[in-house]
Design a protein around this ligand. Structure first.
Ligand code: SAM
Length: 355
C-alpha cells in the first residue's frame, strides 16, 4: 500500500517537537496533512496527499528537529522474512516512474535511532547486501554508487515492517540516519567539541567553511570552559578570546593565540569587531537569544554559532519564539540556520550572520 508522506528521522524523545514543527510549517505553506509520531520511536511521518510538493517547499536545511528527510514511497507491513525483496521491487514498480537510466544512485538500509529499533542494525546490514544486487539487476540502482542521483532508503521499523523512501543529495543529510560519525580527538578538552565540529560541518557549506574559517581570523567564545569549542576554533587557525569564570585547559595556551578573561559573558563586548562569536553558556534560551541579537545588531561579530538550551515542555514553541525574538532584535535580515544536532541533547544549535 502506498501512502504519500514525509518520513523524518529525529532524536528519540523529540518526536512531539518534530511533529509540531512539520504541522506548523506545512500549515503555513498551505498544505493539508497531519503528523504521526510515537514518543521514543526516533522518527515522525507527516501524512499528506501533497507530500511530494510539500517536500520540495520544505527544504531539509530549514528543519530544526529533523535529522533526515525522506519522501515515503511505500509503507510495507507484514513482510515475509523469507522474501522481503519481492514486495520492495513491486512497490518500486508501482510508485517510481523510470525515465532515462536507473532512478537511484545509492541504497541506504537503515533503522531509526531508537532503543527499540537499534537491534535491527544487523538485519539492515545483511539485507542491504542482498537487496543491492537485486535492485541493480532490475534496473532501479545505478551499476556503481552515484552520489549525485536520488538515494533509495529502506528504513526497518521492525523485522516485518519497512518504509521505502527517497531522498535527494542536495536536500537531505549526507549520512545514514542523518548521523555524522565524528570521533573524539584525544586533545579535545571536552565532548562539547564534537557539537561545534558538527555545527560547522552541517550548518556551513564547503565554500563557507573555506572562506570563513581561516588562519588569522579573530573570535570569542562565551561560556568557554574547559575549552572544547575554543579548541575547535584554534584548530581552524583563529585567535580566540575565551570568556568564563571557570578554568581553561592549559594546553590550549600553547598555541599563543588564546586570551582568557574571567568576566560575565552577558556583559562583555569586544573592543573591535570580531569575525566569530560562539556561545555555549547554560542559561534561559530567551536570555541567550537576546544577547546574541545584541552582538549582530551592534556588529560586534560577523557571524555566530550558539546553543539554545530547551526547557522540558513545549520545546517547539520555545524554539520558534526564541528564533523569532533573535531575528527581530537583531534588527536586520539574517542568514539563520538552526538544528538539533546529533551531539545536541536538550538543546539546538544556531548559525547566524547578517544576510
Ligand atoms: C556547557 S559549559 C561550556 C562548555 C564549552 N563550550 C566546551 O566546549 O568545553 C557552559 C559554561 O558556561 C559558563 N557560563 C555560564 N554562565 C556564564 C556567564 N554569565 N558568563 C560566562 N560564562 C558563563 C560556565 O561557567 C560553563 O563553563
Amino acid at each position: 500500500m502506498s501512502i504519500d508522506a514525509l518520513f523524518c528521522h529525529c532524536r528519540p524523545g523529540f518526536e512531539p517537537e518534530l511533529a509540531a514543527e512539520l504541522a506548523e510549517r506545512a500549515a503555513l505553506l498551505g498544505h493539508a496533512g497531519y503528523p504521526k509520531a510515537s514518543r521514543g520511536s526516533g522518527h515522525v511521518e507527516f501524512i499528506s496527499d501533497e507530500a511530494a510538493q510539500l517536500a520540495r517547499r520544505l527544504p531539509f536545511a530549514d528543519l530544526v528537529f529533523a535529522r533526515q528527510k525522506l519522501l515515503r514511497l511505500a509503507d510495507l507491513r507484514g513482510l515475509d522474512p523469507k522474501d522481503r525483496i519481492t514486495p520492495i521491487l513491486a512497490a518500486l514498480e508501482a510508485n517510481v516512474p523510470v525515465r532515462d537510466g536507473p532512478p537511484f544512485g545509492e541504497l541506504w538500509v537503515e533503522h531509526p535511532d531508537s532503543d527499540e529499533a537499534r537491534p535491527l542494525s544487523g538485519l539492515a546490514r545483511s539485507f542491504g547486501n542482498a537487496l543491492r544486487p537485486a535492485l541493480r539487476k532490475a534496473g532501479w540502482l545505478s551499476p556503481r554508487d552515484d552520489a549525485r542521483r536520488s538515494r533509495l532508503h529502506v528504513v526497518f521499523l521492525s523485522g516485518d515492517h519497512a518504509v521505502l523512501g527517497r531522498s535527494h543529495p542536495g536536500d537531505s543529510a549526507p549520512w545514514p540516519q542523518g548521523i555524522p560519525r565524528l570521533r573524539m580527538h584525544a586533545d579535545a578538552p571536552s565532548r562539547s567539541a564534537l557539537k561545534l565540529e558538527e555545527a560547522l560541518m552541517t550548518l556551513l557549506d564547503d565554500g563557507e567553511r573555506e572562506a570563513r574559517l581561516r588562519d588569522g581570523l579573530r573570535g570569542a567564545d562565551l561560556g568557554a570552559a574547559p575549552g572544547g569549542w575554543t579548541w575547535v576554533m584554534l584548530r581552524h587557525g583563529l585567535h580566540m578570546i575565551a570568556i568564563d569564570n571557570g578554568p581553561m585547559r592549559t594546553h590550549l595556551f600553547d598555541t599563543g593565540r588564546l586570551e582568557h578573561l574571567r568576566v560575565d559573558g552577558f556583559r562583555w563586548q569586544p573592543d573591535s569587531p570580531l569575525d566569530w562569536m560562539v556561545c555555549d553558556m547554560v542559561e534561559q534560551p530567551r536570555r541567550v537569544a537576546t544577547r546574541m541579537a545584541d552582538w549582530l545588531r551592534e556588529g560586534w561579530c560577523a557571524q555566530t554559532v550558539f546553543n539554545l538550551k530547551l526547557p522540558m515542555k513545549k520545546r517547539w514553541d520555545e524554539t520558534r519564539q526564541c528564533l523569532d525574538l533573535f531575528q527581530a532584535q537583531a534588527g536586520r535580515p539574517l542568514v539563520l540556520r538552526a538544528r538539533q544536532l546529533y551531539h545536541d541533547r536538550e538543546e539546538i544549535t544556531v548559525y547566524a550572520r547578517p544576510a
